[in-house]
Design a binder for this molecule. Structure first.
Ligand code: IMP
Ligand code: MG
Length: 208
């Protein structure tokens, strides 16, 4: 089936859901609670992988993960995919201590030629959309056949919507919609910490 004709899966919406207790081995981590458990993440990634897999029917796909946040997600996503694909990474850094740093820095440049290729950018989370917008603009300037985006999480920031500042960039594939809370685990970090959690947790920030 052509990707443009397929029905998109309904994105699980966790904006209203409460937090679950943090599983025992991780109780000492500074978390308010668990937002998404490991099984929920695993099941959703299987669905996302089969959606993206369909896109490989139209030709090989180049998956470009944004380091470091997308590393765990990408590793699990591609292990469900059988189509023809290549995987590479770029590095972009935008956050410090849970707060937007205000500027984006390239920490690892693109290492492959993407001219005339079908590109899928993979990131951990779409928040303000600045990262995906900058990366999309940069990659599009290099002459690919197409650029699409896949994120595990999309954060809903009510304040940005009220200010008319909602992200203009969209991801074609989204794992979960989540509330406006700082999350860690499953590759996402705070100050480089807590990427190793097998679930997504909501952080106990000093000001919250
Ligand atoms: P954006 O540019 O505001 O969309 O932010 C996207 C990037 O910021 C992601 O690639 C993450 O690395 C980081 N980020 C945004 N929100 C969070 C969060 O809640 N936890 C950890 N990292 C986040
Ligand atoms: Mg990131």
């Amino acid at each position: 089936m052509s990707p443009s004709l397929r029905r998109p899966s309904i994105i699980p919406d966790y904006r209203q859901s409460g937090l679950q207790p943090v599983p025992k081995p991780w109780r000492d981590f500074p978390l308010k609670g668990m937002l998404l458990d490991a099984d929920t993440i695993r099941e959703r990634i299987e669905t996302l992988a089969s959606e993206i897999q369909e896109e490989t029917e139209d030709g090989p796909l180049l998956m470009i993960g944004i380091l470091s946040g997308a590393s765990v997600f990408m590793a699990d996503l591609i292990r469900h995919m059988r189509g023809e694909l290549e995987v590479t990474y770029i590095g972009v850094s935008s956050y410090r201590s849970g707060i937007t740093s205000g500027s984006l820095a390239w920490t690892l440049p693109l290492q492959v030629d993407i001219k005339h290729r079908r590109v899928m950018i993979v990131d951990d989370i779409l928040d303000t959309g600045r990262t995906l917008e900058m990366v999309t603009t940069h990659l599009e300037s290099l002459g690919p056949a197409s650029v699409k985006r896949c994120v595990l999480l999309q954060k809903h920031r009510e304040s940005l919507h009220q200010e008319g500042d909602a992200p203009t960039i969209q991801a074609e594939h989204v794992g979960f919609l989540i509330p406006d809370t700082f999350v860690v685990g499953y590759g996402l970090d705070m100050d480089g910490q807590m990427r190793q959690l097998p679930f997504i947790g909501s952080v106990l920030l000093p000001e919250s």
